[in-house]
Design a protein around this ligand. Sequence first.
Ligand SMILES: Nc1ncnc2c1ncn2[C@@H]1O[C@H](COP(=O)(O)OP(=O)(O)OP(=O)(O)O)[C@@H](O)[C@H]1O
Ligand SMILES: [Mg+2]
Length: 509
Amino acid sequence: MGINDILVEMKGITKAFPGVLANDQVNLTVRAGEIHALLGENGAGKSTLMSILTGLYRYDQGELAVHGKKVNFNSPRDAIAEGIGMVHQHFKLVSTFTVTENVAMGSDSWGAILKLDQIEKKLAAFSMEYGLQIDPKAKVWQLSIGEQQRVEIVKLLFRGADILILDEPTAVLTPQEANDLYIVLRKMADEGKGVIVITHKMQEVIEHADMVTVMRGGKSVATVPKDYTDETELARLMVGRELDLVHKIETGAPGEVILQLQEITAVSDRGHKALKDVNLIVRAGEIMGIAGVAGNGQRELAEVITGLRPISAGQITINKVDMTNRQPLDIIKAGVAHIPEDRHNTGLVPNLDAYENILLKHYLDKDFRKGPFILWSALSQYTQTLINKFDIKLSVPEAPVKAMSGGNLQKLLLAREISMEPNLIIAVYPVRGLDIGAIQAVRGLLMEARREGKGVLLISEELDELFLLADRLAVLHEGELMGVLEVEKTDIEEVGLMMAGKKGVKGCA
Ligand SMILES: Nc1ncnc2c1ncn2[C@@H]1O[C@H](COP(=O)(O)OP(=O)(O)OP(=O)(O)O)[C@@H](O)[C@H]1O
Ligand SMILES: [Mg+2]
């Protein structure tokens, strides 16, 4: 196929789920050689449209042509045969297998023609060609999220895909990793592949896409060449209204110490020292931001505080009580809420519905229990209040939460955690994958928690966000705190230098 040839043509595609028209007469044309961004609010229908293109769902009405051939795929296998490959929001790798084994599994040659060492050679060739660095012998559980994503991409290349779809690929990446990814995607486009990227990041669209299609409420509202639009227009097309901005509200002096970490040391899954002698204090009524490139100990920091990872040295005190190496349940009872990085495995149970997921954290509440019995009507009422208050869109309340859109899932998790009336909130990348409207909502909730005198530990890789929300910033680099800064008295340059490993001169925690 030559550059500019039409690879995918969707016309009037319609798909209904019980109670919701997820795609309503959607049009989308993707050409060889382009990076085509798909933008839209949470629940706009982006993932559904891509599930149709990848053979997960059949469309009800409309037309789909791939490589000029009319199709309505019956299964992902049909889509793969037409050269379509997708990297999902949640990777589908087997964590106990090596990179090579995972790649082999995704190809027809698994167990037959190709030997693992031949696959390894081919992997090395792809790595060279596209600058995708991965160790073929590493087990998937040992890989960072960025590395796992590279494995997913290589899997598609291995099958010979020429239409690549990535669902919010940079939501889980550091800015540096995101740039590297786009270099790879551009190389693929230059070779005549078509690349579709679902994203919420407008700046990314402006920097890297060639064409943009905006979806709203299940419809495709516009397709525009990147060069003929800007962020303001795209935001307006997406949301259909102007947005309120969050402002930091002055509060009194920070209150009592809620969380104190003293000389904390912890080991990562891979056996490295992930945290080294970390000292940190979070007070009531403040947002303590943790800055740093992802993978520098942030995840482990959240895990040791919430009891999910033991520490090998040091002391953790919550509300003046020693909570060192206590069980997660004890930490929850001490009033700590956790918005984890991995919403699907640590956060919510995909096969349970929204009510059951809310119950997971409330099952000790006497409001919802009578002896061993669960008071479903009380729980249902309560869940409904949360759904209204946090503006969560559920098409069918009883559906398993895995059917919810990514952004609504995140709001459900937040609603549950904040409704626990915690006095400390550990928020790990809380706005990842959210559209601009939902980001404002989540940031507003964290500001409200601060105003109510809760302590918030906010882990983020977006410096703009940290400067907007945090009172103080601690910078993590290779598991060490480079220093603690007052946001009012520092700037992005200083924090950036500390993120790269320069120790701060200004006061520590
Ligand atoms: N399997 C399903 N069963 C029922 N409803 C579904 C299913 N999948 C999606 N929906 C609904 O269809 C609508 C579109 O969802 P979709 O996941 O396509 O949105 P999205 O644009 O990808 O959102 P996000 O940015 O949050 O990922 C939503 O209302 C969602 O709840
Ligand atoms: Mg989606």
